[in-house]
Design a protein around this ligand. Structure first.
Ligand code: SAM
Length: 251
């Protein structure tokens, strides 16, 4: 079984398909621990700059430490709320956000702020997970459904809008962007592609428990991967997530 060991592939493809290139100045809003900033830093090269911003100070510290340790000199990280006025950040050639807009209460306001930071003709790239039509499977896979539900229910309990992917074109158009391309890619667990759902659950386990979505004994994290594999026949396909990737231009 092939494990999808690089969940960043979809993001790398989005960056490669966009106009983001050497020498550009890019804003990574809601950068988290800098995973996406690193991909952007590679794309803009040493002559470019990536500015990562996040409302979570610990995430900013982690991102700064990690990328400094790995030798990235073209990144800097700022602790700030993207809903605030951000004139101090100056203008950008591109703005990038992965799984952030879904957590923002006023998406129109944030997109307007981002637009004001973009140069005319600048590009905005957004990647958002969406649960509107997932989970999907032709077979009954109750454990898969349940585990997938833990993840989505936690995101919802934390205020996440789990239908943001479908809404991206209209939100972007409302804020004066022209959508250049949109696609949605399914995250599949199946015969040859085993997306590590248990790794996702492990990463957010304290949040699942804290929100009262499931107990630690119900999750049984050490055996979760085997339990999922045992439930799935080698020919079955289970779709747990739909990832929307959008490229739009400031007109
Ligand atoms: C699911 S994480 C994604 C992190 C990163 N973009 C990635 O894909 O690895 C969402 C991030 O958005 C940040 N965030 C949420 N609301 C924000 C806001 N109003 N301003 C800045 N960051 C925000 C959170 O702190 C968190 O780090």
């Amino acid at each position: 079984m092939k494990v999808l060991d690089n969940p960043n592939t979809i993001t790398e493809n989005l960056i490669a398909n966009s106009a983001i290139s050497h020498g550009m100045r890019v804003l990574d809003f809601g950068c988290g621990n800098g995973e996406t900033s690193k991909l952007l830093a590679k794309a803009v090269g040493e002559s470019g700059e990536v500015v990562g911003v996040d409302i979570n100070e610990n995430a900013v510290i982690q991102a700064r430490e990690k990328l400094t340790l790995e030798g990235y000199k073209n990144c800097r990280f700022i602790h700030t709320d993207i809903s605030d006025r951000l004139e101090k950040l100056d203008y950008f050639d591109a703005v990038f956000g992965r799984r952030v807009l879904m957590y923002v209460p006023d998406q129109n306001k944030v997109l307007s702020t981002l637009s004001s930071l973009l140069k005319a003709g600048g590009v905005i790239c957004l990647q958002e997970s969406d649960s509107t039509i997932v989970p999907a499977s032709t077979d009954l896979l109750p454990l898969h459904d349940k585990v997938n539900g833990w993840v989505w229910e936690t995101v919802k309990a934390e205020g996440g809008n789990v239908n943001t992917g479908f809404m991206l074109p209209s939100i972007l158009s409302n804020c004066g962007f022209k959508v250049e391309s949109i696609k949605a890619e399914a995250i599949i667990q199946g015969q040859n592609l085993h997306y590590p759902m248990s790794t996702v659950v492990r990463a957010i386990l304290p949040r699942i428990v804290e929100k009262g979505i499931a107990t630690e004994s119900e999750i049984d994290i050490e055996n979760l991967d085997d339990r999922l594999k045992n439930e799935r026949d080698k020919n079955q396909v289970f779709i747990s997530d739909l990832v929307f990737s959008v490229i739009a231009i400031k007109v």
